[in-house]
Write a protein that binds this ligand. Structure first.
Ligand SMILES: [Zn+2]
Length: 247
């Protein structure tokens, strides 16, 4: 791992006393961490100095690095109770994610994240609506998150249901959100829900369309993106391999 692109490269034991040592030292330590300190045990949540020192690209890389740790089976050593205590007085998450409710795609686990690292919105098919947009605007414009990641996944039941025209109570309306992605997906093979090749292709289209929708419907986020303060990224999680790839 290259320390310069991972917020969490800093040995967070150094931040246990940050309430006493103040932000200056914390910022200094964050910079030292940026030079590649050993990746030690994690005993505190992300600090404002650490988060503010990161660029949006570094946040994306930190999440991909976390996924690489997940894939390697060697997770960051962490103390959730210490993270809970250190974040109780304030939170400085680096990103907001929009992912599916699928039990196999929990973003904190598959990106090896801890308490205080990310805002997390989850809804079937990682669909976007006004409530999700408002949550993202809070995450970035108020709380300072630097990345909006829309994370779809393979073999998504919501996408499959939309392709198969499933009708069930309130789910019907939710699945209708994916119809335009189904129609917009160019695919020469079997365009049914039985074909996971098609289901996955629609899921990718859906991620890209959700990103477009965020830009179109959130002036707040579009402005932050244009100013280079945040980055909107789409990604897909493969539930069979555990790998996240940007799309
Ligand atoms: Zn899903």
């Amino acid at each position: 791992m290259t320390g310069h692109d991972d917020c969490c490269a800093v040995d967070r034991r150094g931040f246990l006393g940050r309430g006493l040592v103040g932000g200056g030292l914390a910022a200094g330590l964050a910079l030292v961490g940026g030079l590649g300190w050993a990746d030690g045990a994690r005993a505190a949540s992300l600090t404002q100095a650490q988060r503010d020192a990161m660029t949006p690209d570094q946040v994306v890389q930190a999440m991909l690095d976390g996924n690489a740790r997940f894939l390697s089976g060697v997770h960051r050593q962490r103390d959730f109770l210490a993270e809970m205590r250190s974040s109780a007085s304030g939170q400085y998450p680096m990103a907001v994610t929009l992912s599916c409710i699928d039990s196999r795609a929990p973003v904190e686990a598959i990106c090896d994240l801890g308490i205080g690292d990310t805002f997390s919105a989850r809804v079937a098919g990682n669909a976007v609506n006004d409530d999700i947009l408002g949550s993202m605007e809070f995450s970035c414009a108020v709380a300072g998150a630097k990345v909006v990641m829309v994370l779809g996944h393979t073999k998504c039941g919501a996408i499959k249901g939309a392709i198969d025209n499933v009708v069930l109570g309130n789910l019907t309306l939710l699945l209708a959100r994916f119809k335009s992605a189904v129609d917009a997906t160019e695919y020469s093979g079997d365009r049914s829900g039985k074909n996971y090749g098609f289901v996955d292709a629609v899921a990718v289209t859906n991620v890209r369309m959700v990103i477009d929708t965020i830009r179109e419907r959130s002036e707040v986020l579009a402005k932050l993106e244009k100013a280079g303060k945040i980055k909107l990224v789409g990604a897909m999680y493969d539930i069979s391999t555990g790998k996240i790839a940007l799309v």
